[in-house]
Design a protein around this ligand. Structure first.
Ligand code: C2O
Ligand code: CU
Ligand code: CU
Length: 475
């Protein structure tokens, strides 16, 4: 009897202690974990035609917070997945095996690929099966990413960890003397919600349709990490791989960021920005010159969209001096302008919510329709240039929300936003454009690569899953 009571008391105390211990670890975690870098995947084979990779999608328990265990789903069990490095003009073949217990789909975001390798939401890899995706890499150097795209479950699958980087390099970019090698650093930012015991919570808000909530900022899978840098220039490739958390990047020192690239590679000229909006699925490339700081200085990368814990992303600690012969030229490249006067068609896509008398009581639509994999909403002709007018129309009974509109297959250029010339952030080639509540933009796009079945959708993943997505066919 006594022993039993002592045992129970002992366990309770033990659990209480452990719980408090972990809680402390999580709340004090800021700027303690060193920034991890996703490993670069090695091909299993290469020949004159291509590099061949194999990826197993599997569940694993890892320590996101030291001392606490988190179940993740990862490409090769990694969180985020391994980075694939490709070269323009050289094909990449990736065989994915699904060792999870749910169907998955792999999409290479920003890639120009034949439709059977694009990851249509119903082209699933069932548990235990494999599928081979072929990526021609006929496109310019850019920071792309691969992620899950399964019908109705993209949000959950990506949240659990199914995302990784895919970097294409080319001669044009290599000829520049930008910071390179260990000074070319990817930052995959993901906002997620963790419980005190270290487990992730996938809570998609009001009946699952508003967007996943978050209380933690991860960079390359680590919570609010710190990164030791030399007092010199670094190139950062920054991806917002969050389900539903838009960011606005800025440095705590007040120094501006030098943006050199966007979703689809280099800008024509660098742009100096006090802050850079980065919505879900967008990428920016920015050069930060730490030589303006004395060793011993720390600079926080902040998210101006939030004033609380989510308002900080990571910290750079300047720890040493280092010679730097890299340079950012005033002119980075030449970008072909797509001519809107050549547009064969103008199409309008309205992104909005609509209420239903069903569960969920709200669905997201494009032109009043929710996603139907069997219906094409548009059929652009192969070879045509088109103007697409994208409209975020606020739904009358909920707060208007941001819709980051993403188009598969073909990159685009922004013609105007709300009838005015696009800002610096809309320059260059894009594959995703964030439209705030009530905003609209016109883009120019050209379908000169593959024919077939592709998608446009909102990249708030809960909006996408609740059905703000449409198929278009290039015919
Ligand atoms: Cu990044 Cu259709 O997705
Ligand atoms: Cu995509
Ligand atoms: Cu949306």
């Amino acid at each position: 009897m006594l022993m039993g009571a002592a045992f129970i008391a002992g366990t309770a105390v033990g659990r209480g202690y452990k719980q408090r211990d972990t809680e402390t670890k999580i709340s004090r975690m800021r700027f303690q974990v060193p920034l991890p870098l996703p490993p670069v995947l090695t091909p299993v084979r290469t020949d004159g035609q291509a590099d061949y990779y194999e990826i197993r999608q599997r569940e694993r328990r890892i320590e996101v917070f030291p001392g606490a265990s988190t179940t993740v789903w990862g490409y090769e069990g990694l969180f985020p997945g391994p980075t694939i490095r490709a070269r323009q003009g050289r094909r990449v073949v990736v065989r994915h095996t699904n060792e999870l217990s749910h169907p998955t789909v792999v999409h290479l975001h920003g890639a120009v690929v034949p439709d059977d390798s694009d990851g249509f939401p119903t082209d699933v890899i069932v548990p235990g099966a494999s599928k081979t995706y072929i990526y021609p890499n006929g496109q310019r150097a850019a920071t792309l990413w691969y992620h899950d795209h399964a019908m109705h479950h993209t949000g959950r699958n990506l949240y659990m960890g199914l995302a990784g980087l895919y970097l294409i390099d080319d001669d044009e970019q290599q000829a520049l003397n930008l910071p390179n090698g260990e000074f070319d650093v990817p930052l995959v930012i993901q906002a997620k919600e963790f419980r005190r015991d270290g487990s992730m919570v996938y809570d998609a808000g009001f009946t699952g349709v508003l967007g996943a909530r978050s209380n933690t900022v991860l960079v390359n899978g680590a919570p609010w990490p710190r990164f030791e840098v030399a007092a010199r220039k670094y190139r950062f490739r920054i991806l917002n791989a969050s389900n539903a958390t838009p960011l606005r990047l800025a440095l705590s020192s007040g120094h501006p960021l030098l943006q050199i690239g966007t979703d689809w590679g280099l800008l024509e000229a660098p742009v100096v920005s006090r802050n850079i909006p980065l919505s879900m699925a967008e990428r920016v490339e920015a050069v930060i010159d730490f030589s303006v700081y004395a060793p011993g200085t720390s600079v926080v990368l902040r998210n101006l969209k939030d004033s609380g814990a989510m308002g900080e992303i990571m910290r750079f600690d300047v720890v040493r001096r280092e010679p730097d012969d890299s340079a950012v030229p005033a002119r980075l490249c030449t970008i072909e302008r797509l001519a809107p006067e050549q547009a064969a068609h103008t199409r309008r896509f309205v992104f909005t919510g609509s209420d239903t008398f069903d569960v969920p009581p709200l669905v997201w639509t494009i032109n009043g329709k929710h996603f139907d994999p069997d219906q094409a909403l548009a059929r652009p002709r192969h070879g045509d240039v088109e103007i697409w007018h994208l409209v975020n129309r606020k739904a009358y009974f909920v707060l208007g929300l941001l819709h980051p509109v993403h188009i598969h297959l073909a990159p685009f250029q922004v013609l105007d936003r709300n009838g005015r010339a696009p800002g610096a952030h809309d320059a260059g080639w894009k594959d995703t454009i964030a439209l705030e509540r009530g905003e609209e933009a016109r883009i120019v796009i050209r379908f000169n690569s593959y024919r077939g079945r592709y998608l446009l959708h909102c990249h708030n993943l809960e909006h996408e899953d609740h059905a703000m997505m449409a198929r278009f066919d290039v015919v």
